[in-house]
Write a new protein. Structure first.
Length: 157
């Protein structure tokens, strides 16, 4: 009886995790398509609308990130507590966690630097600059999804 309830709870947690990921990615795409396009126009009406949309998207981001981290931790603990855990599963999970942390750090850093723009010119490190753009975050997100499928396949077999 207890195992059936825990399986139902894990399915519910995974559903919340996947839904939060879709919401986070969707809000990011909305930001890239709409808000970034209108940021370069100089219209006071647009400025007020963009400010309001940014505030709403920031709330969505915060809720999604909180949901992703909490449900991801529960899913990870559930997987790590299984008796037939393999070294390949732990290795792939470590790579996935590294990419997730990297995406969160890049996103938080980009939000912070765009919120508090420096007036003094800052030199960017040419070696690190490709790892801090949106394309790298998108590719890392796709890799995380692929790694999640690999982990699910390993845990089933």
């Amino acid at each position: 009886m207890f195992s059936q309830i825990s399986e139902i709870l894990i399915v519910f947690v995974r559903w919340i995790h996947i839904t939060s990921a879709v919401i986070w990615v969707g809000a990011g795409i909305l930001h890239l398509i709409t808000i970034r396009h209108f940021e370069h126009t100089s219209n006071k009406d647009w400025d007020a609308l963009i400010k309001k949309m940014r505030g709403n998207l920031a709330s969505i981001y915060s809720i999604a990130v909180l949901s992703l981290t909490s449900t991801g931790a529960i899913i990870m603990l559930d997987a790590l507590l299984k008796p037939d855990l393999s070294l390949s599963y732990i290795s792939i999970l470590s790579i996935k966690l590294f990419l997730v942390i990297l995406i969160f750090v890049i996103t938080i850093n980009k939000n912070r630097t765009s919120k508090y723009k420096n007036t003094e010119s800052t030199k960017t490190n040419k070696f690190l600059s490709p790892f801090t753009n949106y394309m790298f975050v998108t590719i890392s997100g796709i890799l995380i999804i692929i790694l999640s499928d690999i982990l699910r396949t390993i845990s089933i077999s």
